[in-house]
Design a protein around this ligand. Structure first.
Ligand code: OOG
Ligand code: MG
Length: 253
């Protein structure tokens, strides 16, 4: 298995919005190898001038694990070219089969290089915000094994973050909604994210340490979707709302 060749084909698939076959149809590979491939796909982006801006977690809710038939938390890397401004247009021709999911984002105020506990969070995190993640698996029919999706940078494709709010003490029991125009597509409690969305920060700090991934002041974290992801329809205004935190939107075209 040539990891560099696979990383290049994943990067090419994302860049050209053209699906490829699952890697696991051809190779048996382990989670650690999948993360090595992911890192190589990001190096392709950095070589084009993109900047690393933060991390995302995936499959932090049962709704997502069930939807995709996987069983474990995953993490991926985000770059500046994936970051849309609130209210911006999402051009669907740049994607293969994009889906939207409502998330919560966090902003780091201090470098994080070891696993932190819930009590330490106020020292490291300055703000939170509602977010929408656009996932777009590079694999045909959005079908993958856990290793496939890790190698594919956890389907990361785009995201939008609403206005930052000071971090409240608790983020549990907040309704999270995904709307297409005025229609509610998905709704759940923020508790769907690891029973407590703040635990996503502890998990990201653990994973950043384990994989030697710098996670620095000014970087962001997407905590993982609270609900299933929904296929994006052209012409819709897509909104995520988190009770008490605000909302953010993009226009699909
Ligand atoms: C993988 C990405 C999962 C989340 O929030 O759970 C994810 C996928 O579903 O394609 O971003
Ligand atoms: Mg997500």
């Amino acid at each position: 298995m040539n990891k560099s060749k696979i990383a290049k084909s994943l990067d090419h698939a994302a860049f050209n919005a053209k699906a490829i076959d699952q890697i696991s149809n051809q190779f048996d590979f382990a989670e650690d190898e999948a993360y090595e491939i992911q890192k190589l796909t990001i190096e392709e982006r950095l070589a084009r001038g993109e900047k690393f801006v933060g991390l995302k977690l995936g499959f932090t809710s049962y709704a997502k694990m069930e939807q995709m038939g996987v069983h474990d938390m995953i993490w991926g890397r985000l770059t500046d070219s994936m970051w849309l401004k609130n209210g911006e247009t999402l051009f669907l021709n740049q994607f293969i089969h994009p889906r939207a999911e409502p998330e919560i984002a966090f902003l780091l105020k201090k470098d994080l290089n070891h696993e932190i506990s819930l009590e330490e969070i106020p020292e490291y995190i300055s703000a939170c915000a509602p977010a929408i993640e656009i996932i777009d698996s590079r694999f045909a029919n959005f079908k993958f094994s856990l290793e496939d999706v890790i190698a594919d940078n956890c389907s990361s494709s785009s995201f939008v973050i609403g206005a930052w709010q000071p971090l409240p003490e608790l983020l549990t029991n907040r309704t999270v909604v995904l709307l297409f125009d005025k229609e509610i597509k998905e709704e759940d409690s923020s508790n769907a994210i690891l029973n407590n969305p703040l635990l996503s920060i502890c998990n990201a700090s653990r994973l950043a340490e384990k994989y030697n991934q710098p996670f620095l002041a000014g970087n962001i974290l997407l905590a993982g979707a609270a609900t299933s992801a929904v296929f994006i329809e052209s012409g819709k205004k897509i909104t995520a709302k988190v009770n008490g935190i605000g909302s953010c939107s993009i226009h699909a075209k």
